[in-house]
Design a protein around this ligand. Structure first.
Ligand code: IDP
Ligand code: MG
Length: 152
């Protein structure tokens, strides 16, 4: 059951435009997490406002929605043991300037308003966002052939 924890990861328009989709997916694949769902989507402003509703009172909210709406994004669901927490470690800090080398933000970006990737900070927000972005039938069930080589 713990091994089927899920997180919602989005490559933002800046990450897509900069051609980082492959590099980012590669990190989650190589780690051993299982890809459950993925789509390239031009999200509407309304949908993006809903997605970031918890941040609606922050001064950067309008800019965040505008940036997320500025081009297509890659929406994904990844699954694995502690994937929410580990996913955040792989992303790095909110401000790329504080992100260590080896993390996605530490390696690929410079400023907080161009942080190329989104990932959940709790299982609860993951569940909420997965259902906002994907229909149940889009979440694909299969067993990775590596499963027994990844988990003890
Ligand atoms: P997170 O992406 O690390 O979870 P949040 O606090 O949830 O960080 O903020 C969501 C997004 O809003 C960030 O990824 C970034 O794009 C943007 N953001 C956060 N703080 C700032 C800021 O101080 N200035 C500009 N944009 C910000
Ligand atoms: Mg956040």
């Amino acid at each position: 059951m713990a091994n089927s924890e899920r997180t919602f990861i989005t490559i933002k328009p800046d990450g897509v435009q900069r051609g980082l989709v492959g590099d980012i997916i590669k990190r989650f694949e190589q780690k051993g997490f299982r890809l459950v769902a993925m789509k390239l989507v031009q999200a509407s402003e309304e949908h993006l406002k809903q997605h970031s509703i918890d941040l609606k009172d922050r001064p950067f909210f309008p800019g965040l929605v505008k940036d997320m709406n500025s081009g297509p994004i890659v929406a994904m669901v990844w699954e694995g043991l502690n994937v929410v927490k580990t996913g955040r470690v792989m992303l790095g800090e909110t401000n790329p300037a504080d992100s260590k080398p080896g993390t996605i933000r530490g390696d690929f970006c410079i400023q907080v308003g161009r942080s190329i990737i989104h990932g959940n900070d709790s299982v609860k927000s993951a569940e909420k966002e997965i259902s906002l972005w994907f229909q149940p039938e889009e979440l694909v069930e299969y067993k990775s052939c590596c499963y027994d080589w990844i988990y003890e």
